[in-house]
Design a protein around this ligand. Sequence first.
Ligand SMILES: O=C(O)C(=O)C[C@]1(C(=O)O)C=C[C@@H](O)C=C1
Length: 307
Amino acid sequence: MPDVPVVKVGTAVFGSGAPAVVAALPAAESAARDAAAAGASAVTGAGGRAAGLPVVADVAGPDEAERAAAHAAMLRLTAPDDRLVDAAVGTGLPVLLARGPGDDGGWLAAAGRLGRRGAAGVVLDVPAADLARAWSVRRRAALPVVVDLRRPRVVPALAAAVARAAFAAGADGAVVTPDGNAGISGPDLPDLAVLTVLAPLLTSGPATGPGLAGLRRRLDLLDEQIVRLVAHRRAVARLVGAVKRRDRLPARDLRREVQVLDRAAALAGRLDADPRTVLAIFNLLIDDAVGAQRAVHTARLPEERPR
Ligand SMILES: O=C(O)C(=O)C[C@]1(C(=O)O)C=C[C@@H](O)C=C1
């Protein structure tokens, strides 16, 4: 089993090497907040808007597309006809395109139509039943793919395995249904996958997106995740420090630091982050790790404490 970050949603654990998780949620704002804290990149249901998260709206007809455009950041369409394709493109919103009852041909043709008519972005929504084909669909359409664990509904006990399989099969993300009763608890949060595939599409939404307060709430949620990740990194650095102490190695390893910084800068380039900002942050993180390790180096082990 590869060592991948884990996202816990409800009772299900998602080993997610993939960059995007869309949580499909009821309208409740608190559920949307939990999903946001767990790293969901978007939610379905109006609660997402109140929680400052982008909303993916299920849309069945042209009128609905127009109405949804007032609050949604992305539309989810199933087997759209030409009129719905035009209406969706007219909203200026990106589209999550689900496969209808027909074969792949109609589905991919609709994706092509959306692209040609100028959709802001198209992501294919593959049913969990078809996850083994995620990669071939992705290659054929040259579009990002998310696997929908609601079609058919994957029971929570199997969701982790199915999500891992989806990502191993080449999916870029998953649509998940959290258990309505189980919240997403604090200790799970540091293990988030970073969410990016949908993010650029979602931020290119219409002028009618959330206002200043909503966007600040989104920033608050991101800031909370950042602080949790900083704490988590420090905790892992302490473990590294304990291993080094056991093996009598110095706290600093300059070659490794160069690798860490190079990797962060390369990732920043790929994700449209500013490499200078990312490098400044990572230099601080490495200093923080060294400080945490030195504390481990100088701390006495419990059995060494005077009785
Ligand atoms: O990888 C290690 O050896 C670490 O101690 C972690 C870390 C880091 O923060 O990434 C910190 C200090 C070392 O100089 C190199 C890297």
